[in-house]
Design a protein around this ligand. Structure first.
Ligand SMILES: Nc1ncnc2c1ncn2[C@@H]1O[C@H](COP(=O)(O)OP(=O)(O)OP(=O)(O)O)[C@@H](O)[C@H]1O
Ligand SMILES: [Mg+2]
Length: 410
């Protein structure tokens, strides 16, 4: 790697498309370009209109490059949507050479086997995360290399996404004349932006609550344990306000941003707010409590659905989560949401702003930028081996590298 590496990231959200350009100097991330554009071709995190999304990507990217005054060497693009899933698989191999030392090749064979069993044809592997290895059916370890045994078993988590959804993203990127992108699942990117190392070790749950998706990531005992997505987010709150106040979508959104709160018990009894009339009708006055009564149940539902999914699908008991709950994504800006999350998850909450970066404007520290910033952070973790990074194309394996990264981490 040269001294100056420039990395671009594109987060194709339901609400907005974000492009970032960062210079990496001495390991530090300096964001020098931000481009944002309204997202017109995405529903629930997935592309439903190639042409519109291509235009939105181009607009965002042009703005970012204009601000940065330069291009980039590498591009990382997020994959969003409810199709992103975690599969747990196992692989088991005999150690040839009659009980010799276990090598990274043996680990590679275990992972190959785990992959072969578990992956349906219409799914792409985005990430492979070894959880634990068992030698000779008795010794459990995270680091089997160099140990002696005749049989090696591995429990592996595989994060997959729909091939169809991924190929739509690729088409938009290719139509934007950008080549050689690396594709990363959005929840993983947001986790790179927001978790700190202690939280990974102690165990924490992250929710990236966007407009129509809520991304979930669970770390426990220093290891990534679960990734999932619920198709719900802040836009659902806005729609409830549209019906609750009989107003336009734009009025409802503004109302949410200006007066919104996730908890009824946090608002003043006497506060009155004025709802503008639609199409020449007179404005109306309502109490703020009445307004929050529209919002709170939906926020509660978003958090409860995420909680239920974790309990059902991840094999991490909640009492193993020592550090707490991290809320990020645009909807994490809603006052009171962390407190409500604490009640529902019975964990200590905090808002996850993108960490450990510098750059232009306060804006970049908004939780709505976690996915885009996380893509850059992910890129840096893969630094030096960018050719080996899994291109989510099903070809070109990088699992050895992943094993090494993982071993380095523990
Ligand atoms: N201050 C705020 N209070 C309440 N909601 C907010 C606030 N700021 C932003 N939001 C909400 O955040 C949502 C957008 O979040 P974000 O930018 O993370 O979404 P996205 O990444 O485009 O969508 P998705 O991840 O679902 O595809 C919108 O619903 C918006 O109303
Ligand atoms: Mg998002």
């Amino acid at each position: 790697m040269g001294k100056k590496d420039t990395i671009a990231a594109i987060d194709i959200g339901t609400d907005k498309v974000v492009a970032l350009i960062a210079i990496i100097e001495d390991g530090g991330i300096n964001i020098i370009g931000i481009g944002q554009h309204e997202s017109n071709g995405v529903s629930k995190g997935q592309i439903i209109n190639i042409d519109k999304t291509t235009t939105d990507i181009q607009e965002a990217m042009n703005n970012a490059m204009m601000m940065a005054g330069m291009k980039f060497n590498r591009l990382y693009v997020g994959i969003g949507g409810g199709h992103i899933e975690t599969i747990t698989s196992k692989g088991m191999v005999a150690i040839p050479r009659g009980g010799a030392q276990i090598t990274k090749d043996d680990i590679g064979r275990v992972i190959e086997q785990a992959k072969a069993i578990a992956i349906p044809a219409d799914r792409e592997i985005s990430h492979i995360v070894p959880q634990e290895f068992i030698i000779n059916e008795e010794i459990k370890t995270n680091d089997p290399i160099g140990m002696t045994g005749v049989r090696l078993e591995g429990k592996i988590k595989i994060i997959t996404s729909s091939s169809y959804s991924l190929s739509n993203i690729k088409r938009c990127i290719e139509k934007s004349h950008i080549k050689g992108a690396v594709y990363v699942a959005n929840p993983i990117a947001s986790a790179y932006a927001t978790f700190d190392e202690n939280e990974k070790k102690m165990g924490a749950v992250m929710l990236d609550i966007g407009a129509e998706t809520t991304d979930i990531v669970v770390y426990e005992d220093g290891n990534l344990r679960y990734v999932g997505v619920v198709e719900i987010g802040g836009e659902f709150i806005t729609k409830d306000i549209v019906y609750g106040l009989n107003t336009t979508r734009d009025n409802a959104e503004n109302f949410k941003l200006n007066y919104g709160c996730a908890r009824l018990d946090m608002v003043d009894d006497n506060e009155i707010i004025e709802v503008p009339g639609v199409s020449g009708r007179a404005p109306r006055k309502i109490s703020k409590q009445e307004f929050i009564q529209i919002i709170e149940p939906r926020v509660r539902e978003i958090l409860e659905l995420a909680y239920a999914k974790i309990v059902k699908e991840s094999d991490v008991p909640m009492d193993r989560i020592g550090a707490g709950l991290i809320l990020t994504g645009g909807t994490a800006n809603l006052p009171g949401i962390s407190e409500l999350g604490e009640d529902i998850f019975n964990l200590r909450g905090r808002i996850g702003n993108p960490r450990d970066i510098s750059g232009i404007g306060e804006n970049i520290y908004d939780p709505a930028f976690s996915t885009a910033v996380g893509l850059i952070k992910y890129a840096i973790k893969e630094e030096g081996t960018s050719e080996n990074v899994k291109r989510a194309s099903g070809s070109g394996d990088s699992f050895f590298k992943r094993i090494f990264d993982w071993l380095k981490d523990i």
